[in-house]
Design a protein around this ligand. Structure first.
Ligand SMILES: Cc1cc2nc3c(=O)[nH]c(=O)nc-3n(C[C@H](O)[C@H](O)[C@H](O)COP(=O)(O)OP(=O)(O)OC[C@H]3O[C@@H](n4cnc5c(N)ncnc54)[C@H](O)[C@@H]3O)c2cc1C
Length: 556
């Protein structure tokens, strides 16, 4: 059992991204102190409601994903309307072998409660309310922490003290959000998106099913919208009745929300990492806000653990910026394209939107151009410094909506069952057991003790090398032993090999966030492992054996 050799990591902000960061750190046996300026958890309504499958999977690794999925509403169909006409309906494909549906809807408040329950059961997390951090350098001088993760949301004070800018813009239009409890037969598992309905002319309305007979309605409203005045005049009631008719309803939560498109200039400053809304804000169409914040948390946690334990060099932290800033930029590009369609900024784009919506009523080929948001998806680290490119598996670019790229360098591995101790894939002598040549992955607060039964769960235990049939096991073990981090080597069973499209002789390197770092021959495995761990010599193409061991500068 390896124990954390430093003070606890400082996590500033106990929103869902800070909570997830602390839980994921604990999974690596890394203690943290989480500070939040609020006096206590105030459960203020639904906020981010739409949780994506791969994010549920990350939460599953800290024991929360199954509960969030079970309590959430699984929606299966997305209907899109223009004025009074339904343009098309999209039903999600079968979940395949994933234990999670593509999306579930659950209020952010309930998600935070579930994460709090996990935190309460986690001795490695010290969560303190009513603690505002106003200036980081001074704070760290008094309360040394080896690493800090800023999960402070949109608030900018600490970001500014780091010299990080937050460029972008804010939209004039607002969103009125009402969660109402009512009975809407047929709407319980369907999302409805209305372009330009007669009861919100010129703007959009979105209706999402939520648990307990609740529906989340978002109306796009003008910048000068006055909620109090609408409540007082009865116009809010009329607004709701225009959608649900004459049936009884109860308002559970209401709010007016302004959204922004902004990205931090840096997501890593020394040993401070920025995550979640502290690093990026996007319009909510596509549910890319919180979902991408959780992916930040996972990326930050395994890298902090690997650097802190001395398994990887300091440079691994820089890859956090490279990878998650690229992911944030992708999210900005995708959501900006959506906003350009929803609120065209010029006559040309307004004409394009009108044309697409008109054609979509009669021509199915136009449906793909109706942009009501490209839903959240994992980012592809194909250009990351940690990824070894494979010329035979070039990245094909952003896949079609709702599809995933084929397995290859940078891509999240498919979610397929893993059978512990499965027979080797061929007759060429690979040994069947998963081996951990260097043992010692701390088991921290990992939920459950059963051996992983899914490839992604196995990958999330630490760096993993999977050998296709005919790969040289002895060479792979030697490469695994040559790096400082714990690396497990296992033969690919035939079903997983088929799901990956693995070819004979290949070694697949999976990162601790289940993304593929490399697909190489075993002769190149050590270099690929060094590269996945951020060793600069491997990244820059001059692998040297002596750099395979991490050199860690003294920590404070
Ligand atoms: C009304 C509303 C509706 C939304 N709807 C959607 C949606 O539909 N879809 C979507 O994806 N997203 C939506 N969002 C955004 C979503 O809620 C955020 O993406 C999410 O909360 C980000 O989580 P976070 O942990 O990064 O930040 P936050 O949830 O903002 O948490 C930040 C925490 O840091 C604390 N903090 C800040 N500064 C300090 C400091 N100096 N010291 C100590 N503590 C500090 C704060 O008190 C807070 O608890 C919505 C947001 C709002 C407000």
């Amino acid at each position: 059992m390896t124990s954390w050799p430093h003070e606890p990591v400082l996590v500033v902000g106990a929103g869902p991204v800070g909570q997830t960061t602390a839980l994921l750190l604990a999974r690596w046996g890394v203690p943290s102190v989480v500070l939040d300026k609020r006096p206590a958890r105030d459960l203020v309504g639904s906020k981010a409601i739409c949780q994506q499958r791969d994010v549920l999977d990350i939460w599953a690794s800290v024991g929360a994903g199954e509960q969030i999925a079970a309590e959430g509403v699984t929606w299966t169909t997305a209907r899109t309307f223009h004025r009074a006409d339904e343009l098309f309906a999209h039903t999600f494909a079968d979940a395949g072998s994933s234990p999670f549906p593509p999306f579930v809807n659950l209020s952010q408040s309930r998600t935070e409660e579930i994460l709090d329950e996990r935190i309460a059961a986690e001795p490695l997390i010290d969560l303190r309310w009513g603690r505002e951090v106003t200036e980081l350098t001074g704070y760290l001088a008094e309360h040394p922490a080896p690493f800090t993760v800023l999960c402070t949301g949109a608030a900018g004070a600490l970001r500014r003290t780091l010299g990080v800018t937050f460029d972008g813009f804010s939209f004039d239009d607002r969103f009125l959000i009402c969660d109402i409890r009512t009975d809407l037969p047929g709407w319980a598992t369907e999302r409805r998106f209305f372009f330009d309905p007669e009861w919100n002319p010129g703007r959009q309305v979105l209706v999402h099913p939520c648990p307990d007979g609740t529906f989340r309605i978002d109306w796009q409203v003008p910048a000068d919208y006055d909620l109090d005045a609408e409540v007082a005049s009865g116009a809010l009631d009329q607004r709701i009745r225009a959608i649900i008719g004459d049936r009884p309803y109860e308002i559970v939560w209401k709010s007016v929300y302004r959204f922004h498109s902004r990205i931090a200039s840096r997501m890593r400053v020394g040993r401070v990492l920025l995550a979640g809304d502290a690093a990026h804000l996007v319009s909510p169409f596509g549910a890319r806000g919180l979902n991408s914040g959780v992916a930040d948390a996972e990326n930050a946690a395994w890298k902090i653990a690997h650097v802190g334990y001395g398994w990887a060099p300091e440079e691994l932290l820089e890859s956090y910026h490279a990878e998650r800033h690229a992911a944030a930029a992708e999210n900005l590009a995708v959501t900006t394209a959506t906003m350009d369609f929803l609120v065209p900024p010029d006559p040309e784009r307004a004409a394009h939107r009108a044309d697409v919506l008109a054609r979509a009523a009669v021509d199915p080929a136009a449906h793909a151009h109706v942009n009501s948001g490209r839903l959240a998806e994992p980012f592809w680290y194909h250009e990351s410094p940690l990824t070894t490119p494979d010329p035979t598996r070039p990245f094909g670019g952003r896949p079609a909506r709702g599809e995933v790229p084929p397995p290859g360098p940078g891509v999240l591995v498919p979610d397929v069952p893993w059978v512990p101790g499965a027979p080797p894939p061929c007759q060429q002598g690979d040994t069947p057991d998963v081996q951990c040549p260097q043992g010692d992955i701390p088991d921290g607060g990992r939920p459950g003790s059963d051996p992983p039964n899914r490839l992604r769960a196995l990958a999330r235990e630490g760096l993993l090398v999977l050998l296709a049939c005919g790969a040289d096991r002895a060479a792979a073990d030697a490469a695994a032993r040559a790096v400082a981090a714990p690396v497990r080597v296992a033969p690919l069973d035939p079903a997983v090999a088929a799901a990956l499209g693995a070819r004979p002789g290949e070694a697949w390197v999976l990162r601790p966030d289940a993304h593929v770092a490399a697909v190489v021959q075993t002769a190149d495995l050590e270099t690929a492992l060094c590269r996945a761990l951020g060793h600069p010599t491997a990244i820059h193409g001059i692998p040297r054996k002596e750099h395979a061991r991490a050199v860690l500068p003294p920590l404070r």
